[in-house]
Design a protein around this ligand. Structure first.
Ligand code: PLP
Length: 425
């Protein structure tokens, strides 16, 4: 290295701007002191954080490696080239685009690549586990396109593939989308491929939530079946906040043109570099073991919650997340979220399929194991967490908050997030 490393200097930040330095340290304290069970969150590594907090943030690099609209890109080009090569290796993909700033942006780029405003696509309904960008009226996806929703079958709470096929035949959509934010079970990608082929639709898999499990080989990959797969890099995957797209070679040009210049301007080169670091982490045996533990922990947590009287939607989980129906406990999702939060258990209320409550109240909660697994927790810890949640949600008057909070402190004390340097666990 010819120049000294110029990286994040926290002391300089604290001296210049104590307000924001305080936010940074308080947030680290918050992450360390509670149980983080939000299924879409994780603790990214110091290596990824170092790339994020680098001078690569300064560079304008509109375009792609070797064909940029600005000079001086020869160094940052290397970050994007390395990242693309790693993404292709990690997912066995023919093409990768690492520029989307987020998962929503990645989806917008794909819609722009394959559809015109007013065109029809099929996607999972939001109240059944889909995502806002899959056709919700408040999102570009529902404003600019004709979104036809499918859902789960009432009896099994699994995706209703017969309904998907019927709707595809009826509406002849340009695209069929599968994936979502609250789908605990595996998705049958070959069946979606078959339906898409029958009606001549592009198959897009939105793997934002579960792509990390695919990277770690803990669950089957959508990449061989889908025309295009979008994902976020910050959920189970454990990289920087951002989005990415992998696709078949035949779609490479359309996807790249849609990501830039149709959808975005300059890429965040510090984030692209951090994505490359994350993909290198994901190629290790340690990461694969991590993802298997994520699934084992989610299953142990779900079983524990079932014994507390919380009903697992779809009968359980094959992934990193579970959806629990609280109706038998008489507690709403919003009350459960508040009571758990008061004791340091961070999770979210969530609509369940055919929910009688409005989304702002909800009859369920969603829990996920990615962050607590990064902390080194295992199945026995999940049993303890389930029992703490069971106590917290039934605690109508807050009389047991202190007891639950003490249980939380014990667990996070034994498995600290971002341990102090020198600590071994
Ligand atoms: C999280 C998520 C997204 C959006 O990601 P953002 O980075 O928040 O824009 C898109 N689709 C699905 C299914 C998601 O779970």
């Amino acid at each position: 290295m010819s120049t000294p490393y110029w990286g994040p200097d926290f002391d300089a930040l604290a001296a210049f701007d104590p307000d924001i330095a305080g936010v940074v340290t308080d947030e680290l304290d918050r992450l360390r002191s509670g149980l983080q069970l939000i299924a879409s969150e994780n603790f990214t590594s110091p290596a990824v954080l170092a790339a994020l907090g680098s001078t690569l943030s300064n560079k304008y690099a509109e375009g792609y490696p070797g064909r940029r609209y600005y000079g001086g890109c020869e160094v940052v080009d290397r970050a994007e080239e390395i990242g693309i090569a790693r993404a292709k290796e990690l997912f066995g993909a023919e093409h990768a685009n690492l520029q989307p700033h987020s998962g929503a942006n990645a989806n917008l780029a794909v819609y722009g690549a394959f559809m015109q405003p007013g065109d029809t696509f099929l996607a999972m309904a939001l109240p059944h586990g889909g995502h806002l960008t899959h056709g919700a009226k408040v999102s570009f996806s529902g404003k600019w396109f004709n979104a036809v929703p499918y859902g789960v079958a009432e009896k099994t709470e699994h995706i209703d593939y017969d309904q998907v096929r019927d709707l595809a035949r009826e509406h002849r959509p340009k695209m069929i989308i599968c994936g979502g934010s609250a789908i605990p079970r595996l998705i049958d990608f070959p069946v979606f491929r078959e339906i898409a082929d029958e009606v001549g639709a592009v198959l897009m898999v939105d793997a934002a939530h579960f792509i990390g499990l695919v990277a770690g080989k803990a669950i089957p990959s959508p990449v061989p079946y889908a025309d295009v797969v979008t994902f976020t890099t910050h959920k189970v995957l454990r990289g920087p906040r951002g989005g990415a797209i992998v696709c078949k070679a035949e779609h490479a040009k359309a996807i790249d043109k849609a990501a830039f210049p149709m959808m975005q301007g300059g890429p965040l080169m510090h984030a692209v570099a951090a994505k490359a670091v994350n993909f290198k982490e994901c190629l290790t045996p340690e990461y694969q073991a991590y993802t298997r533990q994520v699934v084992a922990n989610a299953q142990a947590l779900t079983e524990g919650l079932a014994t507390e009287g919380l009903r697992p939607v779809a009968g359980g989980t094959d992934t990193h997340l579970a959806l629990l129906d609280l109706q038998e406990t008489g507690v709403t999702g919003v009350d459960a979220e508040t009571r758990c939060g008061a004791a340091g258990i961070v999770l979210n209320k969530n609509a369940i399929p055919f929910d009688p409550q409005p989304a702002s109240v909800a009859s369920g909660i969603r829990v996920g194991s990615p962050a607590v697994t990064t902390q080194g927790m295992t199945e026995s810890d999940m049993k303890s967490i389930a029992s703490l949640i069971g106590t917290a949600i039934r605690d109508v008057d807050g009389s047991r908050t202190a007891e639950v909070a003490a249980g939380v402190r014990e667990l996070v004390g034994a498995h600290p997030a971002y341990p102090e340097p020198g600590r071994t666990s």
